[in-house]
Design a protein around this ligand. Structure first.
Ligand SMILES: NC(=O)c1ccc[n+]([C@@H]2O[C@H](COP(=O)([O-])OP(=O)(O)OC[C@H]3O[C@@H](n4cnc5c(N)ncnc54)[C@H](O)[C@@H]3O)[C@@H](O)[C@H]2O)c1
Length: 245
């Protein structure tokens, strides 16, 4: 029996990087997964890859900043798999620019995906969890929600918001069998990190390397499974020592 046997998991940003690695690990632990992303080409590819392993997987193209599309993700999940047990609220984007040069539209877009989108997915997830009388929500924040970084004002603000949103939701639903926690990754080798800065980011990480998406997936599995059954409103920082400095 896998740690997520027959659980239904919705994974946003599920076709790339941390989300795709988590989808692979979740199906290996017996879960049925719904991959949610803007990127249709990667979505079809990851869905096909998982189905080739005899896993139950469904790609739903959606923009997490669009309320109707998010609601559609959950109604399609329920009509396909019957329920929602786990939501990995993970899709995100970054913008790195001196703050005086960032446009208001760029600020809004970043906060729109990284905070508003996380809220919209949580909002629909909680409704399903309340119907079931149980559920687990894992939000992807960042170590950049704990510490500031020059040129990352919008991202820092949004990810800090996700950490406190996680505390707030953890408390609000703690006595209703719904757990809410957040993953705070350090620098992880995924397409969100431009190739030309990977060496610099490795050198400023105490472990002198980038993390792997598969290493994040193991932390997500811990938070999504009963292994973390007494944990809510909390964060797990997986950053090669960066925030210990
Ligand atoms: N890689 C890192 O170093 C790092 C560090 C800290 C936090 N994170 C966070 O981890 C999460 C996953 O990032 P990743 O590193 O796997 O990057 P990634 O770019 O590989 O994956 C992010 C996915 O989110 C999708 N996405 C973006 N906007 C969307 C939207 N509006 N609606 C639906 N899907 C959307 C993208 O298409 C992409 O597939 C993000 O929230 C990111 O901020 C990453």
């Amino acid at each position: 029996m896998g740690k997520l046997q027959d659980k239904v998991a919705v994974i946003t940003g599920g076709v790339s990087g941390i989300g795709a690695a988590t989808a692979r690990l979740f199906v290996s632990e017996g879960a049925k997964v719904v991959l949610v992303d803007l990127n249709e080409e990667k979505g079809q590819a990851v869905e096909a890859e998982l189905k080739a392993l005899n896993a139950e997987a469904l790609f739903v193209q959606a923009d997490i900043t669009n309320e109707e599309q998010v609601q559609h993700v959950f109604s399609q999940t329920v009509s396909t798999f019957g329920r929602v047990d786990i939501v990995f609220n993970n899709a995100g984007i970054g913008v790195t620019k001196p703050t005086e040069e960032i446009t208001y539209a760029e600020w809004r877009k970043t906060v729109g995906v990284d905070l508003d989108g996380v809220f919209l997915v949580a909002h629909s997830a909680l409704k399903e969890f309340l119907k079931n009388g149980s559920g687990v929500l894992v939000n992807t924040a960042s170590m950049y929600g704990w510490v500031g970084a020059p040129g990352n004002a919008a991202y820092n603000a949004a990810k800090g918001g996700v950490i406190n949103l996680t505390r707030s939701l953890g408390l609000e639903y703690a006595d209703r069998n719904i757990r809410v926690n957040a993953l705070c990754p350090g620098f992880i080798d995924t397409p969100i990190i431009p190739a030309e800065i990977k060496n610099d980011l490795s050198s400023i990480t105490p472990m002198k390397r980038l993390g792997k998406a598969e290493e994040m997936a193991k932390a997500v599995l811990f938070m999504a499974s009963d292994d973390s059954s007494f944990m809510t409103g909390n964060t797990l920082t997986v950053d090669g020592g960066f925030t210990a400095q």
